[in-house]
Design a protein around this ligand. Structure first.
Ligand SMILES: [Zn+2]
Length: 44
């Protein structure tokens, strides 16, 4: 699963549990780019 750094926007391909860190700036908050299961919610 790919992640994106919340600070500098660098895409991170390999994230290990317990070692979530941007390789570029060292920021520890990454957003998930793609979910394996897509959920669709319809209000109507
Ligand atoms: Zn970063």
């Amino acid at each position: 699963m790919a992640y994106k750094c919340a600070k500098c926007g660098t895409e991170v391909q390999n994230v290990y549990e317990g070692l979530v860190r941007c390789p570029s700036c060292g920021y520890r908050i990454l957003y998930k780019l793609r979910e394996p299961i897509s959920k669709t919610v319809k209000a109507d």
